[in-house]
Design a protein around this ligand. Structure first.
Ligand code: SF4
Length: 357
């Protein structure tokens, strides 16, 4: 279903879906058999998906069917209560951070990015500027605002961990400074495990600084792994070579620990199965969790009509990858915070659970 997406008979069902934002989005969270997964709903492939989610009943439950055959029951997480509040300076909390999956608070601290200035340099899949242009978010969330929202999200909605990503600012820290500063304020307000996500900082000293600031886990996202694909899909970010990422991963694992450093790999952008699995092997050997997710195109981006990977392609990667992870003792359940722990954007943790059940 993550490859095909789902058609919603009632597009307003459940709380708002993610549209635009940093990284992959245009999803809606659905809970199926107790598992919350992000399913593409606003994308072109989703409009032709064989999966149909019926209009929900009064209790918010819907049925999902494929080619007319009912497969099971799905529900939508309720609209979070913290969305009703505003910060002391009058900004709606929902413009500061949003709920991802079932219990993750997610924010993009800096909604601008040096890589987003021109369409020739921008990452082709990213919509970081779109939600800003549409007025759904603000450009820079201050540490005080983030702390206020995080505290409320824990108290009102029981969020369990937080993902803080950022557009890449000018400067050698690549966003590490603003992540450390934000984490410090959040941790002073509430006890909430935090994942920071940024490009590899120039100087490894930033890993210590982020950890001291209160970042528990770190994501540095390769997105694509083959040099030609990286250069085509993300010409700006590809200027940072994979080798630099690997050196940074090694240094970051020393600070955050095995399995607490991760990377996001978007399958379906042109990397072969072999290329993805080969780099995953290297990453796992370093103690890095490779979170491989199916690419989901976002409306309004240059890749909006790019096809999604087939279920067979995803299976051919996730099955051996989950074995590799279990054999090396790197499991999603052991991650303290972040995308790998949430797991809603990929079936990877489901494969892991099947192997350990
Ligand atoms: S896996 Fe990451 S991006 Fe996907 S819903 Fe969870 S926290 Fe958000």
């Amino acid at each position: 279903m993550q490859s095909f997406g789902a058609r919603l008979v009632d597009p307003k069902a459940g709380h708002e879906s993610r549209r635009g934002g940093a990284g992959p989005s245009d999803h809606k969270a659905l809970t199926i058999d107790g598992m919350t997964v992000m399913v593409p709903v606003h994308t072109a492939p989703a409009f032709e998906s064989p999966y149909v989610v019926e209009k929900p009943d009064e209790a918010g439950k819907s049925r999902i069917s494929r080619d007319g055959k009912v497969l099971g029951e799905v529900s939508f997480p309720l609209r979070p209560r913290f969305y009703e509040r505003s910060t002391a300076d009058g900004i709606p909390f929902s413009q500061i951070a949003v709920l991802h999956g079932r219990d993750v608070l997610a924010t993009t601290v800096l909604q601008t990015c040096i890589r987003y200035q021109s369409r020739t340099k921008t990452c082709q899949f990213c919509a970081i500027g779109q939600s800003l242009a549409a007025g759904r978010t603000i450009a820079h969330k201050t540490p005080a605002q983030l702390a206020e929202v995080a505290k409320a999200a824990v108290e009102l909605d029981g969020v369990k961990h937080m993902v803080m990503t950022t557009g890449t600012p000018r400067g050698d820290d690549r966003g590490a400074a603003v992540l450390a500063e934000s984490a410090r304020a959040i941790k002073a307000a509430v006890d909430l495990p935090i994942q920071g996500q940024c490009e590899p900082p120039e100087d490894d000293v930033w890993f210590e600084r982020m950890k001291e600031g209160g970042i528990d886990t770190l994501g540095m996202h390769l997105e694509a792994v083959t040099p030609e694909i990286r250069a085509r899909i993300m010409p700006g970010k590809a200027q940072v070579p994979v080798e630099k990422y690997m050196r940074s991963f090694e240094a970051a694992v020393k600070v955050f620990g095995r399995g607490q450093v991760s990377t996001y790999i978007l399958a379906g952008l042109g990397d072969t199965r072999e290329a993805i699995l080969e780099i995953c092997e290297q990453l796992v050997a370093l103690g890095v969790y490779p979170f491989v997710v199916p690419f989901v195109p976002i409306s309004g981006t240059p890749l909006e009509s790019h096809p999604t990977p087939t279920p067979a392609f995803m299976h051919s990667i996730l099955e051996p990858l989950s074995r590799m992870l279990i054999d090396s003792g790197l499991k999603a359940v052991d991650i303290k915070a972040g995308c790998g722990k949430c797991g809603a954007c990929s079936a990877l943790s489901t494969y892991e659970r099947r192997l350990t059940a």
